[in-house]
Design a protein around this ligand. Structure first.
Ligand SMILES: Cc1cc2nc3c(=O)[nH]c(=O)nc-3n(C[C@H](O)[C@H](O)[C@H](O)COP(=O)(O)OP(=O)(O)OC[C@H]3O[C@@H](n4cnc5c(N)ncnc54)[C@H](O)[C@@H]3O)c2cc1C
Length: 322
């Protein structure tokens, strides 16, 4: 049975959602055997991993690596070193930008292949995976011919589930050179989301080129406010400079899994759908009944978003007596 090591990244002192999904997958691959987890810098998150199936949590501490400081080369080296010292046969990370960046570096250091964004994984010799390719338009089945399978889990492809249990927390002291720390995140600027995170929002109201302008987003932002939703957008919008990249949904934006995704004036390009196909329900508001988004939508309103969206908001206000 392969030894399994899971990279856990954190936010606000706890494992992030996609890392818990990775841990759930790792637990399944370990099939009752030990599940090792690696947390870098953020010691506070370690104790909370036992209930999610980690049996051993390794906390890498280094004076230059406080909680919230990501140094991709250093993290890759730490992951590679720990995997080697444990003799890990499978290393799993979250398929986020950080997770993919770090696991790719760890794989490169060891000269191993790397399978990113897996939706399912079967342990064995070789380990076999199904993974998302080409912006979500293709699912590839592949076998990893290597002594150690290095992979990440596509966001929201696995439902995170608790297993109960407690984890032994151990310190891992990494050896790092200045070169490993040359590239690192030295600060973060919170996105102006109005308090609702795009990645975690239950409802997302998103606008595309059909909004027409930055000012044309006013009814979309208004509806999002009424629904307690996050505002999203397409790449056409971020390229035009109407909204920030932090709001972009898609292959090169954020991948979301809300209960409801309201896509206003968005055509539904493959690269956009790659980011929103995790939504439980999609409502498309579009002038064009033939738009590609219609084939992905559960509900559709054919019309001008500048009329339809304010009408929805007006009805919400009427019902709520606002
Ligand atoms: C490598 C790569 C990565 C990419 N990554 C992403 C990504 O992460 N996210 C992303 O979104 N795109 C991405 N794209 C771009 C993608 O291919 C599309 O170009 C983009 O999604 C189109 O945005 P859109 O739907 O807003 O615009 P359009 O395709 O121009 O569609 C506008 C839609 O609005 C409708 N419309 C117009 N006026 C109105 C109105 N008044 N009321 C209602 N409907 C109206 C039209 O009927 C049309 O369907 C990527 C492309 C590449 C090559």
């Amino acid at each position: 049975m392969a030894t399994v090591l899971v990279l856990v990244t954190t936010a606000d002192g706890a494992a992030d959602k996609v890392s818990l999904q990775a841990l759930t997958l790792g637990r399944g691959l370990a099939a009752g055997g030990p599940v090792h987890a690696l947390v870098i810098g953020d010691e506070g998150a370690a104790a909370g991993l036992g209930p999610w199936g980690a049996t051993h949590v390794h906390v890498a501490r280094h004076p230059e690596l406080d909680a919230g400081t990501t140094a991709p080369d250093a993290w890759g080296r730490i992951l590679d070193d720990l995997a080697a010292s444990l003799g890990a046969g499978i290393v799993v990370g979250p398929g986020t930008e950080t997770g993919n960046t770090v696991v790719a570096r760890a794989a490169a250091r060891a000269g191993l292949p790397f399978a990113a964004n897996c939706t399912s994984v079967a342990a064995g010799d070789p380990v076999t995976v199904t993974r998302v390719r080409w912006g979500g338009s293709l699912l590839e089945e592949a076998a990893i011919h290597a002594d150690r399978a290095m992979l990440t889990v596509a966001p929201h492809a696995i439902v995170a589930s608790e297993a109960g249990g407690t984890a032994a927390v151990e310190a891992f002291t990494p050896a790092l050179d200045d070169a490993d720390l040359a590239v690192r995140v030295v600060g973060t600027v919170p996105a102006p989301t109005g308090g609702v995170s795009l990645a975690d929002a239950k409802v997302v109201v998103s606008g595309g080129r059909g909004a027409g302008s930055a000012e044309g987003f006013a009814p979309i932002v208004d509806l999002a406010g009424l629904l307690g939703a996050a505002v999203g957008c397409s790449r056409a919008v971020t390229i035009a400079g109407w909204r920030p990249h932090t709001e972009q949904v898609g292959q090169t934006g954020t991948k979301i899994a809300p209960d409801l995704y309201i896509a206003c004036g968005i055509s539904g390009a493959t690269q956009h759908l790659a980011g929103c196909k995790g939504a439980k329900r999609i409502l498309a508001i579009n002038k064009d009944p033939e738009a590609t988004i219609m084939s992905a939508a559960d509900y559709a309103v054919i019309g001008d978003l500048h009329e339809v969206v304010p009408a929805i908001s007006a009805e919400i206000r009427r019902v709520r007596g606002l």
